[in-house]
Design a protein around this ligand. Sequence first.
Ligand code: SF4
Ligand code: SF4
Length: 127
Amino acid sequence: MAKISKLPGHMCRFYQKGRCLYEEVLNPGYNTDWRCKVLEGLEDEYDKLIRQAEAFKLSAEVVTDLWNRRIAEHRVSSGGCQKDALKGEDTYPLCSNGHDDICLLELPECEGVCKKFKPLNNSSDTE
Ligand code: SF4
Ligand code: SF4
């Protein structure tokens, strides 16, 4: 008997570069494993810097300068992105695998049109 293969899911609104965003759209931020680890690390640094800026009443110029240095230091100390494809290269927010604060490489693959499929231009919500 001939095997019936699924239609590709790229016309689905949850489809992003071969991955399925359905669960993330349904429960945004719920699965913390999907978050970009590079961005998470930088958020910690940012929180620290904001506290420092408030405590020492730092100017915007000084904060910007410190922020650029923190990013550079964070990249050196963390070794950058540890995903196989990008080992050592941390390019967020320019990373092509980033989608908001989510790493697409962590999401399940779209295996073709499924019951949750919604066409791209369908404006109704996810129920
Ligand atoms: S591949 Fe890109 S989005 Fe994923 S963790 Fe690395 S830097 Fe973040
Ligand atoms: S077709 Fe199904 S698996 Fe593919 S992106 Fe859409 S909802 Fe996800």
